[in-house]
Design a protein around this ligand. Structure first.
Ligand code: 5GP
Length: 190
């Protein structure tokens, strides 16, 4: 059985966090990648569990040393997937990386460019946009403009699915979980 990097993405509200949690609970050989960030820890966040919290200097140094599979800036802070952490985890099992579509496609490119094992990209999709909107809840505070922006973002993310190896529709949680487990099993045994 191969140890592989599974990159899981999907629009917010699609239930990927819940699915990843279920996968981890049922398969102890899977582990989760932990990202590095320059933002300050929030209450209850733990070093090495939620993130590795780095100073800006340390993060920039790591970029210079090619230490990230990908990195990006969100809201003025850096976030990145640490290559050495992922590699260490891959020695003993497969790794799940939950990341946005832009990051996922960067990881794929970086792995191919570095001659690493190709990661398996999986996109979790909602059954339809109306369902996703409903799941995100009627945000009373959201203006029409914000709602449109959010939907445009979701559409953009879903349009990137051609770059993915698999799409899984999360209509029913258990069905989606089984579909993910089947993909992981098939790829690891290929
Ligand atoms: P937060 O600060 O709320 O934990 O995360 C802010 C944003 O950073 C989220 O959109 C999250 O998906 C993104 N993020 C977290 N880790 C990484 C990473 O390793 N790489 C990239 N590109 N984005 C990340």
């Amino acid at each position: 059985m191969k140890n592989l990097l599974f990159v899981i993405s999907g629009p917010s509200g699609v239930g990927k966090g819940t699915l990843v949690r279920l996968l981890m609970q049922e398969d102890t050989s899977l582990s989760l990648s932990v990202s590095c960030t320059t933002r300050a820890p929030r209450t209850a966040e733990r070093e090495g569990v939620d993130y590795f919290f780095l100073s800006r200097e340390a993060f920039l140094e790591r970029i210079a040393q090619n230490g990230f599979l990908e990195y990006d800036e969100h809201f003025g802070n850096y976030y990145g997937t640490p290559a050495s952490f992922v590699d260490e985890k891959l020695k003993t099992g497969s790794v799940i990386l939950e990341i946005d579509v832009v990051g996922a496609l960067k990881v794929k490119e970086a792995c191919l460019a570095a001659g690493r094992e190709k990661p398996v990209l999986i996109m979790i999709c909602p059954p339809d946009l109306k369902t996703l909107e409903r799941r995100l809840g009627g945000r009373k505070t959201e203006s029409e403009e914000q709602r449109k922006e959010r939907l445009a973002r979701v559409r953009y993310e879903l349009e990137q699915k051609n770059g993915y190896d698999y799409t899984v529709i999360n209509d029913d949680l258990q069905t989606a979980k089984r579909a993910l487990q089947a993909i992981i099993k098939k790829e690891r045994n290929a």
